[in-house]
Design a protein around this ligand. Structure first.
Ligand code: NAP
Length: 248
């Protein structure tokens, strides 16, 4: 399988690249970003790094012919390009909407229309969102409401595109709560986020577990079109245990 990881330089993207390179189902990993994607640190020994190809795009609403050529023939994409709430506050709203919603909507359309082998299965597209996003603007949350409704609008557009193109595209929205990493967060941060997630109810998940589960969904097919925090934990735990034991 040829997999595109959009936002491969980011926090989640780096773990996706790391696990996809070690996964036998993925013969090619196309790391899509606005800059070159380095080989992730801490790769398991024996991993075939030659599966990784960096694809750099300057304008995510207008892919160059060269970028399209490199992305052609892909079977799936996991899209992580977006702004987290803290970064969203620092850009004008129209720029935030482009990065969090329009780039992904354009991405699924562009990728699913690229040439693919005869008889290929539908193109699978995962859009990374978050547990707080809201698809109904009438239910705009009190805190960061504009951001969460924007992310919900992106979810609606991605799912709507797949619904309009049955047999050609399948889409899935991943809605994790806080994503934790033993490399990035120390014990105290883990404990504080764990407590906060319990009190505020936004959920938390280990990035390795999350990624193992989503790669499994891309390979086997989507269980459903929206994966809530509990789904991501359930799907990921079993896969991560297998991955740790050296299988997939
Ligand atoms: N982190 C969490 O705890 C968490 C929790 C729930 C949901 N999520 C969601 O998970 C997804 C990934 O989050 P993350 O933590 O991995 O974010 P991240 O580390 O900030 O990575 C974001 C990626 O998007 C790219 N990007 C940002 N602005 C861009 C632009 N203007 N043009 C092109 N690419 C751009 C970044 O590229 P550069 O490296 O070049 O900047 C990076 O590859 C997001 O949708 C986020 O909302 C995250």
């Amino acid at each position: 399988m040829k997999l595109i990881i959009a936002g491969s330089t980011g926090y989640v993207g780096t773990e996706l690249v790391r696990q996809a390179l070690a996964h036998p189902a993925f013969t090619s990993v196309l790391a899509l970003g606005r800059r070159e994607t380095p080989i992730p640190p801490n790769l398991s020994s024996g991993v075939d790094q030659s599966k990784l190809k960096s694809v750099v795009v300057d304008d995510f609403e207008n892919y160059s012919d060269d970028a399209k050529k490199q992305l052609a023939g892909a079977d799936a994409c996991i899209w992580t390009i977006a702004l987290t709430p803290g970064k969203y506050r620092s850009v004008p709203p129209d720029q935030g909407a482009k990065i969090c919603r329009d780039y992904a909507a354009y991405g699924i359309e562009t990728m699913s229309n690229l040439p693919r082998a005869e008889g290929s299965k539908p193109f699978r597209f995962v859009y990374f969102s978050g547990s707080g996003s809201e698809r109904d603007p009438a239910k705009k949350p009190l805190i960061m409401g504009e951001y969460f409704v924007l992310r919900g609008d992106a979810e609606n557009r991605i799912l709507g595109y797949a619904q309009k193109n049955p047999g050609k595209v399948e889409a899935c929205i991943a809605k994790p709560g806080m994503i934790l990493s033993p490399e990035k967060h120390g014990v105290l941060i883990h404990a504080a986020i764990g407590l906060g997630s319990m009190v505020l109810g936004f959920g938390k998940i280990d990035v390795r577990v999350l990624v193992a589960g989503l790669l499994g969904q891309v390979v086997d097919g989507f269980e459903k079109d929206t994966l809530a925090p509990a789904d991501l934990e359930r799907l990921g735990k079993e896969r991560w245990e297998k991955t740790k034991a050296g299988g997939n």
